[in-house]
Ligand binder design. Sequence first.
Ligand SMILES: NC(=O)c1ccc[n+]([C@@H]2O[C@H](COP(=O)([O-])OP(=O)(O)OC[C@H]3O[C@@H](n4cnc5c(N)ncnc54)[C@H](O)[C@@H]3O)[C@@H](O)[C@H]2O)c1
Length: 311
Amino acid sequence: MEKTAVIGAGIMGRGIALVYALHGWSVALHDTSEEALEQAKSLIGTDLMLLADEGLISAAECQATLDNITPTTSLKEAVGDAGFITEAVPEQLALKWQIFSRIEAHAPATAIIASNTSTLPLSELSRQLAKPERMLITHFFNPAHLVPLVEIVRAENTPDETLTTLLNVLRQAGKIPVVLKKEVPGFIANRLQAAILREALHLVESGVASEQDIDQAVTAGPGFRWSVIGPLETADFGGLDTWQSVMKNLAPELDCTPTTPAVLKEMNRRGQLGVKTGQGFYSYPDRQTIAGKIHFRNLAFIRLLKQHRKE
Ligand SMILES: NC(=O)c1ccc[n+]([C@@H]2O[C@H](COP(=O)([O-])OP(=O)(O)OC[C@H]3O[C@@H](n4cnc5c(N)ncnc54)[C@H](O)[C@@H]3O)[C@@H](O)[C@H]2O)c1
């Protein structure tokens, strides 16, 4: 059994811990408070129960997976014998640097260190490490135990065998890793998501359609196709001559504001942060509504995952 450690037991850390524990590895899950760890373990339990209800794992696997996760408030204890360590603390460079230097001090010299950063460049993250070549980015997607994609960023001097070990770890854990050829802010998927969100916000601001209809135009249209073929293959099927005309006519019409969209800033100013404050583009009046929506979303993701695994 591989020994791994996950630092930070929030939304992403607990999901990543679950990914490795589900595949039989021993996972030390570290956070700064007992309370955060207790909450993480309880939410992991809920996720496991849904996987069992949906027949993806047995009741025995459910318990074994929980037993594979050892919560600890000691970083030293968490990384002491870990061969593979994932950092998932908040997106603040200084905090991540502080964590990395403590990992270097206490982890085996051969351990691979992976960061789950969404935006920080690998060259910045690894700058203060004694051995920067042992660090890579593994960018998971929420919920990490269900979404197959993990984007990988390697440095020029990352040894090929480190990358190969990492890819093996992720594939064995049932993930689909995609390796970037060079460092770029937002990697692949977040750049695409941000481009679509910018245009969706522009459509909201321009009063073109309701929020519900804009979302449905994606889920029932391009989103339906994209879970099977990506945008480039979709363009191939549509015909690149057609897409040349589409781009000629539409490119000048698309929003290309180089700053944060005004509607997003305004909603933040009003404290409308989405699920976490009960109001975003939609209303989430109470915890029960939110739990119900997350349950419905995860159930739909599990069904999609089952379909993926059959293919
Ligand atoms: N939320 C997402 O959808 C998402 C997706 C992909 C990547 N990410 C990235 O993953 C990372 C974590 O994001 P998140 O959404 O899980 O954040 P989060 O706030 O849900 O969780 C962060 C956790 O880190 C803990 N923490 C803070 N300081 C710590 C320390 N010094 N030592 C140990 N633990 C500490 C916090 O207590 C918290 O439990 C960020 O870099 C974020 O950009 C987030």
